[in-house]
Design a protein around this ligand. Structure first.
Ligand code: ADE
Ligand code: ZN
Length: 334
């Protein structure tokens, strides 16, 4: 079996996916027409061509503008359903999905509109595909601590369907320490916690996410390699890093995929995982991220299997479920 076949045959979990970043140019176009929204593009192809980014902020500007076509419950249903269908095609059997409430509530879209749309799709996909799904409510770090706290409180009616809270958006200038009290409250409420850190931001932001926010996982974290002591801590505690290769390339965190450090981190014993982040903006869903490691870094079969196992180990599934899927990874024969 070629590595490409192995990648698609392996059961996998995805742990770093922004649902708003899975909006396809086609769906964006259709929803803009449906709601009579004028886009700064004249065709689906023009939308696709606009996806060239110089850094995180240049992407976020388009991503927030694109999300404006999401207006009613059915739009959010379609968005979630399209992603979960893709998961099914790619043998992604478990996914932990981030959503950004503030991207929608700040435009006047109520919490109930997106939550009902998301949950309906999750229910259908669970029934049709048997996929399991957890939801991560993420705070936009370019907004204030008070706005994040308000969002946490506005979500109260949905606490039982939300598994974790996260921290995303513009990293530089918005360190984790800004949200220490929000995360303390979220942990008191029983949520798992994750945070983007060390994507564009320095290793100090990863230290803060660990020491001040007490994160269960770091999203990205690739800049940990600049700090030996930090790498050792992440390794010793087996704090998962949800790494996103195509995202790092598209946002110029690296110049070329051959420079990516994910396999070095894996071989050094860190609990790294492969994820797609914002697949429709960065040119690939989960399997394409794995394939990029094969093509550019010569990933071995053993590394590929280990990354698939890590995706379950690093998840918020129960120990029994993790073990079940890890055994299934081992059972896929070449
Ligand atoms: N929001 C969506 N994708 C993101 C990323 N890669 N980093 C920070 N915030 C994001
Ligand atoms: Zn992300």
């Amino acid at each position: 079996m070629s590595l490409k076949h192995l990648i698609s045959a392996l059961p996998k979990a995805e742990l770093h996916l922004h649902i708003e970043g899975s909006l396809s140019p086609q769906l964006m176009w259709e929803l803009a027409q449906k709601h009579h929204i004028s886009l700064p593009y004249h065709s689906v192809e023009e939308i696709e061509k606009a996806y060239n980014f110089s850094d995180l902020q240049s992407f976020l500007d388009l991503y927030y503008a694109g999300a404006d076509v999401l207006r009613n419950e059915d739009d959010f249903y379609q968005l979630m359903m399209a992603y979960l269908q893709r998961c099914h095609q790619e043998n992604v059997v478990h996914t932990e999905i981030m959503f950004d409430p503030q991207t929608h509530t700040d435009r006047g879209v109520p919490f109930s509109t997106f939550m009902k749309g998301f949950l309906k799709a999750v229910q259908v996909a669970k029934g049709e595909y048997g996929i399991s799904v957890k939801l991560i409510m993420s705070f936009l770090r370019h907004l204030s601590e008070a706005q994040a706290l308000q969002t946490l409180r506005d979500a109260e009616a949905w606490y039982d369907v939300i598994d974790a809270v996260g921290l995303d958006s513009s990293e530089l200038g918005h360190p984790p320490e800004k949200f220490e009290r929000v995360f303390a409250e979220a942990r008191t409420l029983g949520f798992k916690v994750v945070a983007h850190a060390g994507e564009e931001g320095p290793p100090d932001y990863i230290w803060q996410a660990i020491n001040l926010l007490s994160v269960d996982r770091i999203d990205h974290g690739v800049r940990c390699q600049e700090d030996e002591e930090l790498m050792e801590l992440i390794k010793q505690r087996q704090i998962p890093l949800t790494v996103c290769p195509l995202s790092n390339l598209k946002l110029c965190v690296i110049d070329d995929m051959s420079q990516h450090n994910i396999l070095k981190l894996l071989d050094a014993g860190l609990l790294v995982t492969v994820n797609s982040d914002d697949p429709t903006y960065f040119g690939g869903f989960l399997n394409e991220n794995f394939e990029a490691l094969d093509v550019a870094l010569g990933m071995t079969e053993a590394q590929c299997r280990q990354l698939a196992k890590n995706s379950f180990t690093a998840s918020f599934l129960s120990e029994e479920e993790k073990q079940k899927w890890i055994e299934k990874v081992d059972a896929v024969s070449v």
